[in-house]
Design a protein around this ligand. Structure first.
Ligand code: ZN
Ligand code: MN
Length: 257
């Protein structure tokens, strides 16, 4: 068997050896969410999973199987939960899933866990899961667990922004299924992107508040909140290398390793 950082491809004995050696566990949490007519619905899982895997190879870590579902898509950050195919979890379910996994890794003896979030809407529920898991583990006498939470897109460096968005950066929420994610996917797996499916119905013009129920015409029918024009594999490579470098730095700094 070849050496691999993926927990799903390890034997339990190999996993245990790595845990005893003090290796951290990295886990991507994503979503099953529409990403326009041009990309697969697993983008929010695939990007952080690829970053985790690259980081684990650099620092020596275990990559747990990713969570392929996330919290309900919101119109202003993911187009909304009304799209066919977008399949989301209730907050309590997502929180419970993440909490259970954190406690399982801790039971194995893992004391450093990093959650890589690929879906904007997951953030507070991951934080809640970390808080509940750490509280319960404390009751069980576990005092030395450290958990990091990373939103990878926050790691973009100013020179990368300038290279990827020469016409100005629209802000992360409007970037859903747009230039950033499309470029990174063109770099990671171009077979999962069809650039001929450009409906050109954006960018979305959202008010600075949320409305429930969602008014008709609020979200571009394609689900692309900005535009895919200008996306390229070359930009994706630049973005991905930036994310991996900064994420590796963050994990080393956060875990003091
Ligand atoms: Zn996304
Ligand atoms: Mn998302």
């Amino acid at each position: 068997m070849k050496a691999n950082v993926l927990m799903s491809q390890m034997t339990w004995t190999d996993y245990q050896r790595r845990v005893l050696a003090g290796q951290p566990v990295l886990i991507a949490i994503g979503a099953m969410e529409q990403h326009g007519p041009h990309m697969t619905m697993a983008v929010d899982t695939m990007i952080p999973q690829a970053i985790c895997t690259a980081v684990a190879e650099i620092i020596g870590a275990i990559v747990a199987a990713p969570l392929p579902y996330g919290y309900k898509s919101q119109p202003r950050s993911g187009g909304g939960n009304q799209f066919c195919g977008t399949a989301s979890l209730d907050a309590a379910t997502l929180t419970a899933l993440i909490k259970d996994l954190l406690k399982e890794f801790a039971r194995h003896g893992v004391r450093r866990i990093a959650i890589f979030d690929g879906h904007y809407e997951n953030a507070m529920f991951a934080i809640e899961a970390i808080d509940l898991a750490m509280r319960e583990l404390l009751w069980e006498g576990v005092r030395d667990l450290r958990v990091l939470r990373v939103s990878y897109w926050e790691h973009i460096q100013p020179e990368t922004v300038a290279a990827v968005f020469p016409d100005g950066f629209p802000g992360w929420p409007l970037e859903h299924a747009s230039i950033m994610e499309t470029s990174v996917m063109l770099h990671l797996d171009p077979d999962l992107v069809d650039m001929s499916q450009d409906w050109a119905d954006g960018p979305a013009q959202f008010p600075l508040f949320d409305v429930y129920p969602l008014p008709p015409g609020h979200v571009p029918p394609s689900g692309v909140l900005s535009t895919i024009r200008g996306a390229s594999a070359q930009k994706g490579k630049l973005l991905f290398e930036n994310y991996v470098e900064e994420a590796a730095k963050a994990v080393r700094e956060g875990f003091a390793i």
